[in-house]
Design a protein around this ligand. Structure first.
Ligand code: GTP
Ligand code: MG
Length: 200
């Protein structure tokens, strides 16, 4: 799929305020600083469409981007960020949980995981919860440019081993880099395929 148009639409703090749920939607989620906003920019090939930052906790709302005048990409706040207060964290969790479970046009959630790190409990449990709620997701390993291919493959094997403790098979996954565009075409092809099957 070629990207012919990409624009920022709106930011909201509740799923009820989001745009009309009549187009296929894909959400990017994961720990703070994992590279959600950067990956969105890399996918649409626009440097500053989604705001990125070296400081975790940059994205704080549900951000809708309209792509090819046909589907939505959504940038969500990161979870598991220790430096926000408990009250603040619970507020984010409620916002994200409601969005994920009640947004009717959400076709697939992309769970981003930094390929450099060993499996983190918060990510594994988050995917567990998606599964329990029957919410489709796939894994996007980020920052692959920071490791050698050998190291990437080694970490993928470790991740698969952990996932197979709770899942019958390894969920669909992509290996990406926002720096060199690795995985971009594969994600777009996957979205294209899902778009074809979307019924509002
Ligand atoms: P929050 O909105 O705070 O939750 O963060 P985020 O997940 O949106 O991360 P963001 O895209 O802002 O990126 C965080 C940092 O990681 C930035 O300094 C990015 O430049 C860097 N980064 C993101 N993706 C990549 C990548 O693929 N490769 C490399 N080398 N750096 C990356
Ligand atoms: Mg962000």
């Amino acid at each position: 799929m070629k990207i012919t148009q990409a624009s920022f639409l709106m930011s909201n703090s509740t799923y009820q305020q989001c745009p009309k749920a009549d187009k296929p939607e894909y959400a990017f989620i994961g720990r703070s600083n994992v590279g959600k906003s950067s990956l969105i920019n890399s996918i649409v090939r626009k440097k500053n469409l989604a705001k990125t930052s070296q400081t975790p906790g940059k994205t704080q709302l549900i951000n809708h981007f309209f792509i090819n005048e046909d589907w939505y990409l959504v940038d969500l706040p990161g979870y598991g960020y220790a430096k926000v207060s408990k009250v603040e964290r619970e507020k984010f969790e409620k916002m994200i949980n409601e969005y994920l479970t009640l947004r009717t046009n959400l076709v697939c959630t992309f769970v981003l995981i930094d390929v450099r790190h060993e499996p983190q409990k918060v990510d594994v449990e988050f995917m567990q919860k998606l599964g329990e709620n029957g919410l489709p997701f796939c894994i996007v390993f980020t920052k692959a440019d920071k490791l050698s291919n050998t190291a990437v493959n080694k970490n993928l094997a470790i991740y698969e081993q952990i996932m197979l403790e709770t899942w019958e098979e390894m969920p669909q996954y992509f290996v990406t880099s926002s720096v060199n565009g690795t995985g971009r075409e594969e994600i777009l092809a996957y979205i294209d395929e899902l778009n074809q099957g979307f019924k509002p």
